[in-house]
Design a protein around this ligand. Structure first.
Ligand SMILES: [Zn+2]
Length: 60
């Protein structure tokens, strides 16, 4: 069975960091939850790797 970790859909405004839940609603603010991304979730800089790659190619 696949893991079914969900994340508060309003965490960006309601919380300082993602709030995960196994249920349909956030345990802290009651907002609906959304399926979390299957890839490692990096809330602080989701596009950091991509941006750094662009920066590198800019310099060359
Ligand atoms: Zn929440």
């Amino acid at each position: 069975m696949k893991s079914d970790i969900r994340v508060c859909s309003a965490w960006e405004t309601e919380h300082e960091r993602p709030v995960y839940s196994l249920g349909d609603t956030c345990p802290e603010c009651g907002s609906p939850t959304a399926n979390s991304a299957p890839a490692p979730f990096s809330p602080e800089d989701p596009y950091g790797e991509y941006r750094r790659a662009l920066k590198r190619s800019d310099r060359e």
